[in-house]
Design a binder for this molecule. Structure first.
Ligand code: GDP
Ligand code: MN
Length: 389
């Protein structure tokens, strides 16, 4: 199994144009341009720029290029046509409502630079690659040797000799090696100043003139640190909510959608976080974080199951309930009631311990639920059940 440097935690994503605004404040060269919401505005911006432009979908998803969400336009007419094609487009389940219109870059080479948290190493890690323009996960999977990596000491930050070392190891040409320092420093400063879990410029473009420019920018911010960044509130408001998250919040549930296929329901944030970790350790990928809280009644449990199943990726559900204030038999009743109503064949594994656990287990013994005695056993069974589908 490859190492995954992307942490699972709640992150706030911002759009490319917003990330570029931040990078620009740190002195990073970016193409000139602005965001637009309709084709007429796109045409106007293209006319103002007076050169070929690139029209780029602004959605919280990578791989927009591949999905047809990025088009180069030589004339304002073409820009308008590109906007008509891209606006309203669906990219990975997200509707494009705005586009960034920028002066097109004369691309000679595309590189990757990024910083993220390597939880296993308990360090931030900088990555530089000559293979930019495609998603770094693809490079990491196919040709990991083409990514130069370096763990950072939090007390020292990113030092000049480390920058030279990274550029050398990545095999960058002379022009890029000379110019990359300020980009990596800005990347590091943005990453630390904004409490990012990821900061990435991909591609960092070497132009025909031999200059470096950030053609794309991505920043994910740790939600827990948002109170320290009031300037980001404007971005958060503009953020499109995941539909399932929005529905969960209307139902009063503490739910965060993740990328995997194993639905997680537990009581208490710490317990749910631990459950995510244990599922990952067993080789599974959690589909969500859902904390039903203390003292959850049967109805809340029913709502929780229903919400988790709104995600079509879910292939298995893992209940991890510790009965303290929450009574295990209440939760069990909720599960049984939910299964009568929801009618799903998604396998469910339950680890229920604590107050009234005997009673709870008895209630569940008549259901289709797969019981598990320990956390590890439950995780193993949940991963196996999801794989079996
Ligand atoms: P992503 O696919 O969502 O990561 O979007 P990017 O902004 O990284 O763009 C994807 C690809 O589109 C880049 O790797 C480039 O090959 C291409 N692209 C982006 N901007 C320009 C541009 O200004 N000019 C040209 N010729 N290609 C561009
Ligand atoms: Mn990109």
């Amino acid at each position: 199994m490859g190492r995954d440097y992307r942490p699972i935690r709640t992150t706030m994503k911002i759009h490319e144009y917003q990330a570029k605004e931040i990078f620009a404040k740190y002195g990073v060269p970016i193409p000139s341009g602005r965001v637009a919401h309709d084709a007429a505005e796109v045409r106007k911006i293209a006319e103002e720029i007076g050169k070929p432009v690139v029209v780029k979908a602004q959605v919280h998803a990578g791989g927009r290029g591949k999905a047809g969400g990025i088009k180069v336009a030589k004339t304002p007419d073409e820009a308008e046509a590109a906007a008509n094609a891209i606006l309203g487009m669906d990219i990975k389940g997200l509707t494009v409502e705005q586009v960034l219109v920028e002066e097109a870059i004369d691309i000679q080479e595309e590189y990757y630079i990024g910083i993220t948290t390597d939880r296993a190493a308990r360090r931030n890690i900088v990555m530089v690659s000559k293979e930019g323009g495609i998603e770094i996960e693809e490079v990491a999977a196919a040709t990991p040797e083409k990514i130069a990596r370096l763990h950072l000491d939090p007390a020292l930050g990113l030092l000049d000799f480390q920058i030279r070392q990274l550029a050398y190891e990545a095999g960058l040409p002379k022009a890029a090696t000379k110019g990359i320092g300020p980009f990596l420093k800005a990347l590091y400063n943005v990453y630390s100043d904004y409490d990012c879990s990821l900061a990435e410029i991909n591609p960092l473009v070497l132009t025909g003139e031999g200059k470096l420019i950030a053609a794309d920018a991505k920043i994910n911010i740790d939600d827990n640190a948002l109170f320290r960044h009031p300037d980001l509130a404007q971005y958060q408001e503009a953020q499109e909510d995941d539909e399932i998250e929005a529905e969960a919040h209307r139902r009063g549930l503490t739910y965060v959608r993740l990328d995997g296929d194993i639905g997680i329901i537990g009581n208490g944030a710490g317990l749910v976080m631990t459950t995510l970790d244990v599922v990952q350790r067993e080789g599974g990928q959690p589909a969500n974080f859902l904390d039903i809280g203390g003292g959850a009644k049967a109805e809340v449990v029913r709502q929780a199951i229903d919400t988790v199943l709104l995600d079509p990726n879910v292939k298995g559900i893992f209940f991890n309930i510790f009965g303290g204030i929450t009574r295990v038999d209440e939760v069990a009743k909720g599960i049984v009631a939910a299964l009568e109503e929801v009618k799903t064949d998604v396998p469910m594994v339950a680890r229920l311990v604590g107050t009234n656990e005997e009673e709870g287990r008895k209630i569940l013994s008549e259901s289709a639920l797969i019981p598990a005695a320990t956390l590890a056993e439950a995780a193993e069974k949940a991963v196996a059940a999801a794989r079996g589908r």
